[in-house]
Ligand binder design. Structure first.
Ligand code: HEC
Length: 129
């Protein structure tokens, strides 16, 4: 009798322990996604970047005008190119070979934000990512 009781307690403890272990493992697998930048934050960062860096020449919204006569509205970029093609040049610091346009070498994380925002404002939404 006594040993059956003990066995039962043992089984319960074992079950409890293994369920805790499963839980711990599950948390470990899910943890990295918690550090990914949420979409809203990427969007906000991208918008802040174009407001700070591009607005002096380019139209940056869906209905504004470019200040610089030669600078295309950023919402029309996907009519001229696939936005993904900008990823490498943006990181390496050569966006366009134009004397008026500054060169930047952005961090991959900032390129993500920039491309995310740019794709959201494209007038040609067939290229939307
Ligand atoms: C000082 C002015 C200036 C600023 C600031 C500027 N640009 Fe430009 N950008 C231009 C001009 C002018 C052109 C047109 C170049 C040409 O067609 O020869 C251009 C062209 C481009 C093109 C290429 C379009 C094409 O069809 O090849 C991209 C992409 C671009 N800019 C992105 C940006 C982004 C993103 C920013 C901000 C991070 C930015 N630019 C900031 C002046 C500027």
């Amino acid at each position: 009798m006594k040993s059956t009781e003990n066995n039962l307690i043992c089984t319960c403890l074992l079950l409890l322990a293994s369920s805790l272990l499963v839980q711990a493992c599950a948390e470990q697998v899910e943890a990295p996604t918690a550090y990914e930048t949420p979409v809203a934050e990427l969007m906000g960062q991208g918008e802040a970047m174009v407001e700070n860096l591009c607005v002096s020449c380019h139209a940056i919204k869906s209905n504004d005008l470019s200040v610089h006569p030669d600078a295309p509205a950023l919402r029309d970029l996907s009519k001229r190119m696939n936005l993904e093609e900008l990823r490498t040049p943006m990181m390496e610091g050569m966006i366009v070979d134009h004397p008026d346009m500054p060169e930047w070498a952005f961090e991959p994380h900032h390129v993500d934000a920039l491309l995310y925002y740019l794709s959201s404002i494209q007038s040609d939404q067939s290229d939307r990512q």
